[in-house]
Design a protein around this ligand. Structure first.
Ligand code: PMP
Ligand code: GLN
Length: 387
């Protein structure tokens, strides 16, 4: 294995899911829903396979219907004007991120990203031979310090990688925060790559604001927007994602994607296209359901003795176990299945800098994209931690 990949031989999701399976724990570690949805989407994909014969290679940049549906979705929800020709369908958001970084970064270029970072970012940056410049999101609200952000930029900055709503913290970046990031990207002539896979999962008064909609002069022209069907439609195993942006920028992931996977998910793509056009009630119900689940698990964690850091988006909630006498989230995540039959992931493993590792050291992340009765059972088991 090449040296730059040696830190990435296993992932925390693989390890904790294995531990959960071995111990029979309720797996609130790796984020995946325990209900597939919506029925029309599942039936549509099945018919594409068995009735309509949509089983051979789709066009390289994706099924035309899906590229059009992504453009329509961006106009409907955000007023964005996207040409379907500038949408590239990828094998999940994961491939979109990798292909984008591989296509944009020369060895030695720098990528600014907010830590904790979703785990594939550091690996994709390393694969590209680039250097990650992490900016800490500080608990409990997971905002960044403006001076720390400014200091992360340099004349080597090629990309700033933004994820909102943010995994693993559940933070949703505000308009002011995103504007500041955008202004710095413009000032340093960097490309903004924005991972918006949790775009439809915001709670209370939190609003998802796509970077490409901000009125910062020069920003939309340098922004690549990434999303995926996995979260929005509870089909994480389908791995249908996309990236769109101005033609000269989207050319980068399009070129690289040809030689990573070429294409994928032929029967799934037209089904996702139809799902993106589902009515407003689908999207509203999904967000309302998740709000209830967040409240259910957060209340359970609180009554078990955790401090809960309010999730404003995603389907993850971060909890601080120090009131229970645990001050190391890595240690706790490995013990939790044995202690009470619930699995969670530590937050500090998503951090690179010593400062961020220290700041997030006690914290653990729980996924709440589960049936209400599963969350209730998990909450009940967690009360056993008080001993
Ligand atoms: N980005 C973030 C922030 C995620 O949480 C995930 C989900 N694992 C992904 C990207 C990857 O999405 P996909 O499964 O579509 O590759
Ligand atoms: N996005 C999910 C999470 O953060 C799953 C990640 C994965 O399995 N790679 O838990």
């Amino acid at each position: 294995l090449v040296e730059r990949m040696r830190p990435f031989t296993s992932t925390i999701f693989t390890e904790i899911s294995r531990l959960a399976a071995e111990t029979g724990a309720i797996n609130l570690g790796q984020g995946f829903p325990d209900t597939d949805g919506p029925a029309s989407l599942l039936a549509d994909a099945a018919a594409n396979i068995t009735e309509r014969g949509v089983n051979q290679y789709p066009p390289g940049p994706g099924a035309p219907s899906l590229r059009r549906a992504v453009a329509d979705h961006q106009r409907r929800f955000y007023g964005l004007d996207v040409d379907p020709a500038d949408v590239v369908v990828t094998t999940g958001a994961t491939e979109a991120i990798a292909a984008t970084l591989l296509g944009l970064c020369e060895p030695g270029d720098e990528v600014v990203a907010f830590e904790p970072t979703y785990d594939s970012y550091a690996a994709s940056v390393a694969l590209a031979g680039a250097t990650l410049r992490p900016v800490t999101l500080h608990p409990p609200h997971f905002g960044f310090d403006d001076d720390e952000l400014a200091a992360a930029f340099s004349d080597r900055t090629r990309v700033v990688l933004v994820n909102t709503p943010h995994n693993p913290t559940g933070a949703v970046f505000t308009r002011a925060q995103l504007t500041r990031i955008g202004e710095l990207a413009v000032a340093h002539d960097a490309v903004v790559v924005t991972d918006e896979v949790y775009e439809h999962m915001t709670f209370d008064d939190a609003e998802h604001i796509p970077m490409a909609t901000l009125p910062v002069p020069g920003l939309a022209e340098r922004t690549l927007t990434i999303s995926s069907a996995g979260k929005t439609f509870s089909v994480t195993g389908w791995k249908v994602g996309w990236v769109h942006g101005p033609p000269e920028l989207v050319a980068a992931p399009r070129a690289v994607k040809q030689f990573l996977t070429f294409h994928g998910g032929a029967p799934l793509q037209p089904a996702v296209a139809n799902a993106l056009a589902l009515g407003d009630d689908f999207y509203a119900t999904a967000a309302a359901d998740l709000t209830r689940k967040r409240d259910l698990l957060s209340a359970g964690l609180r009554s078990a003795g955790f401090d809960v850091l309010t999730a404003r988006g995603t389907y993850f909630v971060v909890a601080d176990p120090r009131p229970l006498g645990f001050d190391d989230g890595v240690d706790l995540a490995w013990k939790l299945p044995e202690l009470c039959g619930v699995a969670a992931v530590p937050v500090s493993v998503f951090c690179q800098s010593a400062a961020a590792v220290a700041a997030t050291r006690p914290l653990v992340r729980f996924a709440f994209c589960k049936r209400d009765e599963v969350l209730a059972e998990a909450a009940d088991r967690l009360t056993g931690l008080r001993g």
